[in-house]
Design a binder for this molecule. Structure first.
Ligand code: ACO
Length: 430
């Protein structure tokens, strides 16, 4: 309930609107009855300032560069030995899991890791060059063809079963899609392996040679997935909520999240960043020319990995990833020249008035590609890795919405600026 009121004056009319305050002090004016009671809509193209829902999952303060999952600052996950499965549980079920809960959940993931042979055969039938994001989205949707029990989730056990199935099998589909793109035989999951190690095994083992998963690589992948695990109402999560609001099942809703994530302005940006860095490194473009192209309004080019709808400060995920790149390269005794290019580009951009004025800082995608490359992940799989990481967030938001007894279908309005009434003219009279 709201004590505070906002007054909207329109003509000689004054309309009282409730004001709500979130737990971190954010204030929101409730305009939900404005159309019904006063025939007025609000206009907010791209929903840049619209609170879609109340949520308890993730908090972001974009001005200060703060990101917390269920209240816990992201940095705390990065500083302890990170485990993606623990964070997935936290996001979906709301609390840090107890030891037995982690063991049980891990067991559920292990039991569900193997794809139905029908889905595996579907992947085999995809053309070899098929984009892995297309295979991923299709594979997730197909799951309900083989497991019809997931079409309706009426209780907590059914929901946990479905969530475990999705989290476990997204990595199997992802690895199979990569094997398909390379014309390699699929590697089945190994029940003795942990989540990330098992994924790397399915990606890189051969029938005659087991891929040895270095602990540093496993840790780096865990961290990467955790950093991507949720980001409140981003484009793909909002998509999952929109689709889920029509009571579409969890799998169809998450498959739509994969499609949204694919776009280069969202999760696909990590691929664009690497292309940009590679082009600079190969001498096709200097860092200065790259910045000039990004600033030129007549040029559609963007400085990929820079800017964010919410962050007007350094994205905390980018900061952690930048440090993690340094650490992983030191441990692996590797060097990636693209890291030097990225650092140089960042240094120049942060000094440039265009970027300063618009508060454009590196976002999560700026350094994630470099770390993925160090782990050995090929570029065409970068956005797929983002999807594996973001899945717990999508599931958590779908559940939060599904469990809300006051939920309604999401249906925005529009300001119509087209023709007034006109009439159909038969083709011979046009
Ligand atoms: N390069 C150059 N100019 C930029 C960039 C960029 N990367 N990002 C924003 N701008 C400019 C805009 O053109 C705009 O300029 P103007 O005021 O002169 O018209 C100004 O900065 C403000 O832009 P916003 O309104 O803040 O941008 P918006 O919120 O619409 O878009 C987005 C955010 C899509 C992330 C944008 O910054 C972008 O395209 N970045 C590059 C792609 C990218 O890295 N995407 C990944 C985002 S993180 C994620 O989804 C995981």
């Amino acid at each position: 309930m709201s004590e505070e009121k906002a007054i909207l004056t329109i003509g000689d009319k004054q309309i009282e609107l409730p004001v709500y305050t979130g737990t971190e002090g954010e204030r929101a004016v409730d305009i939900s009855k404005l159309y019904e009671e006063h025939g007025l809509m609000t206009f907010d193209p791209s929903l840049a300032n619209t609170g879609l829902c109340r949520s308890t999952i993730t908090f972001i303060d974009g001005e200060q560069g703060i990101l917390r999952y269920r209240g816990i600052p992201l940095e705390e996950f990065a500083n302890s030995k990170p485990n993606f499965i623990e964070v997935a549980w936290l996001l979906i079920f709301g609390t840090l899991p107890k030891e037995q809960e982690i063991l049980d959940f891990r067991q559920m993931l292990t039991e569900r890791a193997l794809l139905h042979e029908g889905i595996r055969q579907h992947i085999e039938l995809m053309p070899q060059g098929a984009p892995p994001m297309a295979i991923l989205s299709a594979g997730i949707n197909k799951m309900v063809c083989y497991y019809k029990r997931f079409l309706t989730l009426d209780d907590d056990d059914q929901f946990a079963d479905a969530a475990a199935q999705l989290i476990s099998q997204i990595r199997t589909i992802a690895a199979h899609s990569y094997r398909r793109s390379q014309g390699l035989p699929v590697m089945y999951p190994d029940p003795a392996m942990r989540y990330c190690a098992n994924f790397l095994h399915m990606m890189f083992s051969l029938p005659y040679r087991q891929y040895e998963v270095a602990p540093e690589i496993e840790d780096a992948m865990n961290l990467l997935l955790i950093l991507h695990a949720d980001h409140e109402q981003n484009c793909s999560t909002a998509t999952v909520r929109v689709v889920g609001s029509a009571q579409a099942n969890l799998f169809a809703s998450c498959a739509s999240g994969v499609s949204a994530l694919w776009g280069p302005l969202h999760g696909g940006a990590n691929v664009k960043v690497m292309e940009m860095l590679e082009s600079i490194y190969q001498g096709g473009l200097s860092p200065e020319e790259c910045l000039e192209a990004a600033k030129d309004k007549a040029n559609p080019f963007k400085l990929f990995g820079f800017g964010h709808r919410v962050y007007k400060n350094y994205d905390p995920r980018a900061k952690i990833l930048k440090d993690s790149c340094d650490r992983v390269f030191a441990i692996l005794k590797q060097k990636d020249p693209l890291l030097d290019v990225a650092r140089k580009l960042e240094e120049l951009a942060l000094k440039d008035q265009y970027f300063i004025d618009r508060k454009l800082y590196p976002n999560v995608d700026f350094y994630s590609g470099i770390l993925l490359r160090a782990i050995g992940i090929p570029t065409n799989m970068f956005t797929v890795l983002f999807a594996i990481g973001r899945l717990p967030g999508w599931i958590a938001h779908w559940k939060e919405q599904h469990d809300n007894p006051t939920r309604r279908i999401i249906r925005p309005r529009q300001l119509y600026v087209g023709n007034n009434q006109s009439h159909y003219v038969p083709v011979e009279e046009r």
